[in-house]
Design a protein around this ligand. Structure first.
Ligand SMILES: [Zn+2]
Length: 101
């Protein structure tokens, strides 16, 4: 007979809510600076943005020098997975390769 092993796993910092806050910020479809994104999504906003992109959100990165930062981000559709594809299956807005053809 062996003792049951009890795991106490630490609850990670609530990434989903940070991600939701970041998505909520972007939902106005306006351009937001990296600092605005960090206000909403925390210090690891960049990682959150990557997760959102992987989930199909059409988020464009603008490389522009602004008062509050160098990068800014813009969500292009309130519908997850909605992209505007060119003839090669790549999104014209976020640059994501959506379709292999
Ligand atoms: Zn896109």
């Amino acid at each position: 007979m062996s003792e049951p092993i009890l795991y106490t796993s630490p609850v990670p910092e609530q990434a989903p809510s940070k991600k939701a806050a970041l998505l909520a910020l972007l939902m106005d479809l306006q351009v937001h600076t990296n600092l605005e994104c960090m206000d909403a999504g925390g210090a690891r906003a960049g990682a959150r943005l990557l997760e959102l992109r992987r989930e199909g959100w059409c988020i464009e990165t603008h490389f522009v020098e602004t008062r509050r930062g160098r990068y800014s981000y813009q969500l292009h559709s309130k519908n997850q997975g909605e992209h505007v594809l060119n003839e090669l299956g790549k999104c014209k807005r976020c640059g994501e390769q959506v379709s292999p053809f």
